[in-house]
Design a protein around this ligand. Sequence first.
Ligand SMILES: *Cc1c(COP(=O)(O)O)cnc(C)c1O
Length: 490
Amino acid sequence: MIGAPVRRQGPTEGETLMDLSRPGRRSWSLPDLDVPPTEVPTEFALEDVPGLPEVSELDLVRHYTRLSQLNYGVDTGVYPLGSCTMKYNPKVAEVTAALPGFQRLHPLQPDHTAQGALELLWVLEQALCEITGMARATLQPPAGACGEETGLLIMRAHHTKRGNPRRKVVIPDSAHGTNPASVRLAGYETVHVPSDARGMVDVSELEKLVDEDVAGLMLTNPNTLGLFEEEIEETARIVHGVGGLLYYDGANLNAILGRCRPGDMGFDIVHINTHKTFATPHGGGGPGAGPVGVTDELARFLPSPMIERDAGSGTFRLEHDRPDSIGRVHGFNGNFAVLVRAYTYVFLHGADGLKALAERAVLNANYLATLVQGTFPPAFEDGRPMHEFVVTAEPLKQRTGVRVMDVAKRLIDLGYHPSTVYFPLIVEEAMMIEPTETETRETLDGFAAALLQAAKEAGSDPELLHQAPVSTPVRRLDEVRAARQLKLHW
Ligand SMILES: *Cc1c(COP(=O)(O)O)cnc(C)c1O
């Protein structure tokens, strides 16, 4: 025998970093203490020191690098999650966000020492207003969901000022889950308006629903089925007719950038998910930004402070003296570094570039929808989708017993991140696909081929699909249990 048996480097299957631990091995070295040591007060001292793995620095680096390679991100492959807009985030936005002048800024610095940052925020506000057709915008909210709450509080402030906050907010039955949650947080009741046979707001039903107790309507356009609400002007007329306001959930703004504007459609309040429409890696729970734009009439209710420019000197300052403001919705100026990324993205593309990317997002979605429609028919037949589309796997389920969840899990084996499934709730066996504008035709072809292969296997080997994924370190997870039985430590 020549030498010892070959041992794979690092942990083998089933082993953890703990298994590599050797007493006394260290991955850090600290300089000698140059101050007298102090005792940790007993109430702060751990009774039971957790057994941390003792490994070398290199073992530690390899451990985390290996783990990172088990992960799937938009930098490793297409991430076609409908509604979430997982597009490529240009690296230049990371560079600008990390510029020392931005990174080392302290949020409590006096205004005159942070003129560049204030100017950037001010210019971004102008750009977002131009893109959405609004008069002023706050950059404070740290996510779309918080933007919704902010917008609804502005809606409430507007009605309260007129003597009656009203009680109800109308949202379509296809709406994103954050919409009814925000309605509730703002102290309103949700009233659902049904979708018609084409997947759009049923205008005649809306007409019956609205009365003087309706504070407003929340709408996504294109809606969560990826369809453009063709009767948006009529919808606006109905809601405005009873003194209600129109709220635009901007999660799908990337489909219409530079083509049309929520303000021109009749919306009064708009949020933008800058991490979806522009550039910021997301999916791990943040950070993001959800700026809210409003009409001139509603501007006085926006959160404080607002950034103002002194007309004479051209200097920028934070204006806190705003008596009608709903107050703060986040610390300081929101997630500043995320806003730097949005600024970079907007001005990197320019007006023509933003328009072109919206067109490409729509083209990619339509191309992909066409490739898969024979097996995965669109949830609503007439009407071309915009930047995303919803198909139904109900026919496949009828034929093979395989559910859309099984198809999604099988995509992982085939090398692709699954699309959103079971949303919107009004579509049986829904799969919602958003390829985004940044993918090439070859990538779209590859994803379509994987979807069609999974459907084929559903016919020939349904058991395989029930068990998928079969090639990953972790097999099918019980997603409900993970949410119901939290295990935060062991
Ligand atoms: C993503 C999304 C939201 C919520 O936005 P966050 O930035 O994740 O809080 C709201 N509505 C729709 C339609 C969305 O897709």
